[in-house]
Design a protein around this ligand. Structure first.
Ligand code: GMT
Length: 374
């Protein structure tokens, strides 16, 4: 099949998932055309992969250059030039409405193409709900030829927040367990934790919803009891306040802010515990990648997190903001080697339910159905 994939090309989970999906499909023989404003961060070369950059010409009149218009026009051109069978857009805003627009333009030219919208989270739970966007989001989701959500929770949230008239199929996120596996990176570990300290990690875009200060507060409590180091990976608006908090708590020496990193598999290989205290996660792809590398997870019980983190097995889940409970469980996991080993094994085993080989065929089946019924 010839498939156009539209996503945010950044480190965010939706872009990562869309890129991994495109790469996996290309390995299975599909021709994949990425349509984005920048080369997606995780995109590797493959003969079946094409990359089409959306450029937005500027003009002094434009205080807000019309990205959605440029995107829809690029979609039209890519579809016509490459004879695509299907568009798969990740993150509703503004990708679903741009796809609708492109489809309408093509219809006028006697060339029709279906599009699938995958909902990822903040497009529904935060940004999409805003009345500034909601009418367009509702309309374009309903106009999609198929809709998927990455968790049961996100599916329910979408029905609760928007008047959706169609079925939303849940296709969970997946992980490449060949890349995200436990490997021996003992030399890195020795450099970061020279005295055998436990290593805790957090990965995110440091937005409010991630509650990064809670990560620091949990670490402070763990650190009092267990010799440990914390790796903070990623960047975003809350980074500075988290760094300030480290200074106030006088634990800076044991916390490293690494910024955005591409080799997450290597960092996760030396990590003992992953902390994700978000006030909402539709899924928590970063936690799944950690689990696949044998890293247990301390998370909140918000959104779709209970669908991937299993209480007392792969980690623990606490109420949002309950850093005392999170720290108590973190200490319980990290205290004894035997306990940590058991949680690590469980994490790998449970993550295997979300291996890409199990999930990609769900997308392929959907593509076949949509194209056949169009
Ligand atoms: O977490 C973010 O803020 C980024 C966001 C995105 O759209 O890239 O991630 C969302 O999609 C990921 C992939 O499906 C999910 O794993 C994340 O849980 C979800 N984030 C939220 O719901 C906050």
């Amino acid at each position: 099949m010839k498939i156009g994939i539209v996503c945010y090309p950044t480190f965010g989970g939706s872009g990562v998932l869309a890129t991994e999906l495109g790469m996996a499909l290309s390995e299975k023989g599909h021709e994949i055309h990425f349509i984005t404003y920048q080369q997606p961060v995780r995109l590797n070369f493959h003969p079946n992969i094409y990359y089409h950059e959306v450029t937005v010409p500027t003009y002094p009149l434009f205080d807000f250059p019309p990205y959605e218009t440029a995107l829809a026009s690029t979609m039209v051109n890519v579809i016509l030039n490459n004879n695509l069978d299907l568009l798969h857009v990740h993150y509703a805003i503004p990708h679903a409405s741009a796809a609708y627009f492109a489809r309408q333009i093509l219809k006028k030219q006697g060339r029709d193409i279906p599009f699938i919208t995958t909902l990822h989270g903040t497009d529904i739970t935060l940004v999409g709900k805003d009345q500034t966007y909601a009418p367009v989001v509702t309309f374009s989701i309903n106009e999609s030829n198929a809709i998927t959500a990455v968790s049961d929770n996100l599916r329910e949230e979408t029905y609760r927040s928007f008047a959706i008239e169609k079925d939303i199929q849940v296709i969970p996120n997946f992980v490449d367990s060949i890349r995200f596996r436990q490997t021996d990176k003992g030399h890195f570990k020795k450099m970061l934790a020279p005295n055998g300290e436990r290593i805790l990690a957090h990965v995110s875009n440091f937005r409010k919803v991630k509650r990064v200060e809670d990560v620091v507060r949990v670490f402070e409590r763990v650190h009092e009891v267990i010799p440990s180091k914390l790796l903070m990976i990623g960047d975003g608006p809350e980074r500075q306040s988290a760094e300030e908090l480290c200074r106030t708590l006088r634990i800076c020496n044991d916390i490293r802010f690494l910024g955005k990193q591409e080799q997450m598999d290597e960092i996760l290989s030396i990590t003992d515990l992953f902390i994700l205290p978000s006030s909402y996660e539709s899924f928590g792809l970063a936690a799944l990648e950690a689990m696949s590398c044998g890293v247990p997870v301390i998370s909140t019980n918000a959104g779709g997190l209970p669908e991937i983190n299993v209480q007392g097995k792969t980690g623990y889940l606490s109420d949002v903001g309950d850093v005392t409970d999170m720290a108590k469980h973190a200490i319980e996991i990290l205290k004894e080697d035997n306990t940590l080993e058991m949680f690590k094994r469980n994490a790998i085993e449970h993550a295997s339910n979300f291996e890409k080989e199990k999930i990609i065929p769900m997308y392929e089946n959907l593509y076949n159905q949509v194209v056949a019924n169009y």
